[in-house]
Design a protein around this ligand. Structure first.
Ligand code: ZN
Ligand code: ZN
Ligand code: ZN
Length: 291
C-alpha cells in the first residue's frame, strides 16, 4: 500500500489566506534547517511548506487501483502537485466543507467516480453522509454514491474498508480502517474527532502500520475556546479542544492507545506556535508512506 498525503491541514489550511502569523510566515518561507528536515521526510519545501485542506490518496500495490479519502476543495492543486493519477473511487468521512467540497472537480475529469459513504441517518441533518452527497451533487452524472453501514467492511479499489464511527459533534463523522488483503498492510485514520471515541471504534482502528490522527491545535489553545478543553490526561492536559477536535497531546495519546506502529498527526491548524508546528510527527503535504 502506498499512501500519499495530499492535504494535511484544517479548514483554512496553512498558510492561511491573509494571515501573517509566525507559523504561516514560516510555512511560506521555511529557514534552511526546516527545509533540510522536511527533505529528510521526502518533502521539497523550496517554495514553502503547505497544509492544504484534508485529503489522502491510497494506492493498492496488488491491483494498481487507487482510493481517495475525502475530496478536498484543494483537489486540483493537490493532484497537479503530487503527480498521481486520478483515483478509481473515493470515500467521504463527513460533510464538512474541507472534506467534501472538491467533489465538483469530478465534472469532465471522470467518466464515473464511485463515492462511498455511510448510510446512517444523522439526527441533526435528517440525512446520512451518502444521502447528503447524493443531493448536493445530483447535477453531476459522473458521481455515483454507494452507501455503506458503519463498522461493516466493504471492498473498494481492492481494499477492505471500514467506516468507523468517531465523535465530531454535531455531525456524524467516521474514521477509516483500510486493509490491503494481499500484504495485510493496514492504514487507520481517525477522521475529524474529539478524543472520546467508542471502544469498538478504537478496536477497529487498532494495530495499524500507519495511523493518521487528527490533532487541530496545541493543548494550551483550549483556554481560548469558549468551551475550553475536555478529556484531560493525568497531568490535567486536555486531549480534546472544545468538543469536536483533538489537541496535539490528544492525538499523540490516541495514536498510542490504538497501538499504531507509526503515526502522523493531520488536520493541524496554523494556530500551533511556529517552533512546534513543524515537529516531525505533524504531517505536511506531500509526505508518502509505503506500508
Ligand atoms: Zn497564520
Ligand atoms: Zn469536520
Ligand atoms: Zn475537517
Amino acid at each position: 500500500m502506498e499512501v500519499t498525503l495530499l492535504g494535511t491541514g484544517d479548514t483554512t489550511g496553512t498558510p492561511t489566506i491573509a494571515c501573517d502569523c509566525d507559523t504561516c510566515e514560516r510555512a511560506r518561507d521555511p529557514d534552511a534547517a526546516l527545509r533540510e528536515r522536511l527533505a529528510d521526510r521526502g518533502v521539497d519545501a523550496t517554495d514553502g511548506v503547505e497544509r492544504s485542506r484534508f485529503s489522502v490518496y491510497v494506492t493498492n500495490d496488488t491491483t494498481g487501483e487507487s482510493l481517495l479519502v475525502d475530496v478536498s476543495p484543494d483537489f486540483r492543486h493537490q493532484f497537479l502537485r503530487a503527480g498521481v493519477p486520478l483515483p478509481d473511487a473515493a470515500v467521504v468521512t463527513h460533510v464538512h466543507f474541507d472534506h467534501l467540497d472538491g467533489l465538483g472537480n469530478a465534472y469532465r475529469l471522470f467518466d464515473d467516480l464511485p463515492v462511498h459513504a455511510a448510510d446512517e441517518t444523522d439526527p441533526v441533518t435528517g440525512e446520512s453522509v451518502a444521502e447528503a452527497i447524493g443531493s448536493r451533487y445530483d447535477y453531476l452524472d459522473t458521481v455515483s454514491v454507494h452507501p455503506h453501514t458503519p463498522s461493516e467492511p466493504f471492498e473498494v479499489a481492492g481494499f477492505e474498508v471500514t467506516l468507523v464511527p468517531v465523535t465530531h459533534p454535531p455531525l456524524l463523522c467516521y474514521g477509516l480502517r483500510i486493509e490491503e488483503p494481499d500484504s495485510g498492510a493496514v492504514l487507520a485514520m481517525s477522521g475529524d474527532t474529539c478524543y472520546e471515541v467508542p471502544d469498538r471504534s478504537r478496536e477497529a482502528l487498532s494495530g495499524a502500520d500507519l495511523a493518521l490522527v487528527e490533532g487541530l491545535v496545541h493543548a494550551e489553545a483550549c483556554e481560548f475556546h469558549p468551551k475550553g478543553g475536555a478529556h484531560h490526561d493525568d497531568e490535567g492536559v486536555p486531549r480534546t479542544f472544545g468538543t469536536k477536535h483533538m489537541t496535539l497531546s490528544g492525538a499523540r495519546d490516541f495514536a498510542a492507545d490504538i497501538e499504531a506502529a507509526d503515526y502522523r498527526i493531520v488536520h493541524t491548524a496554523h494556530f500551533v506556535p511556529a517552533d512546534r508546528a513543524f515537529d516531525d510527527d505533524i504531517a505536511v503535504d506531500g509526505e508518502r508512506f509505503s506500508l
